[in-house]
Design a binder for this molecule. Sequence first.
Ligand code: CA
Ligand code: CA
Length: 279
Amino acid sequence: MEKNYKGLHITLIVLLVILLLVIGGLIYYYSYINSLKQPDDAEEIARQGIEILYHGDTINVSPGIKRYGYSLNINDATILEKYDGKTYHNYENNEYLGESEGKLEKVFENDTGTLYGIVSNVKRIAAFNELNAFPREISKNQDITGEKLKQYDDVYKADLDGDGTVEYVCFKYGEAQAVEEEEINSGVYTKKYVTTVDLLGEKYNLISNLVVFSDYEKENDGDEAIYLTNVDIIDIDGDGILEIFIDLYGNENSGSVAIYKYNDGKVYGTTNYKASTMP
Ligand SMILES: [Ca+2]
Ligand SMILES: [Ca+2]
């Protein structure tokens, strides 16, 4: 009987030691993992109050369709003080283009007398502080081997989510198509020009269609067709994932941009987005 108790005590002690080792191991593991984590750039951005300008206007850089050209009220003294004459870090076409001094310009006055402005003398993407914008290489129209890739006119290649496999952001600029009657009833439009933007995986598999953009040509209209061509692949929020910015059609003062984030096999943003120059 006594022997059994002794055996039981030893078993309990052994179990206790194992439990303590496991707990100790877990504590060590989590403190080790935390020590590996660098200060989060997104937190750093929030702390420093960094804001992003797109075509000179502030935008929310989370995935989705965002308008620009409507947020800087230049009657507002705090806006003037914050944005005018400041040094900006400039990014465009997947490159860092250095610093410039921005100037807040009046763009238009709305019905209520509000004067809207944009910051001029900055590039397509501008930030108060320099970003770690390109954590991985981004190439354009290089090593286009797959037959599926050859169907596209412009191919951007980058490991967007940093998992070791590349993704492709592919633009196809359509030939002029005859306009179908049900598309436009007015009858004055004769041709349609289409840009298709697709996201492909490493094996050239279609991950998602991002945007289909249409421009319409009027009869006897000498205007050139508009295709989407402005794309920025950039880590805008410091999370190590490259976001995709596709500039949708806008006039010189305002427009919109489609922002996408690809992570864990999912595309965040407005996919299959139908954009058009038609109102
Ligand atoms: Ca990847
Ligand atoms: Ca990012």
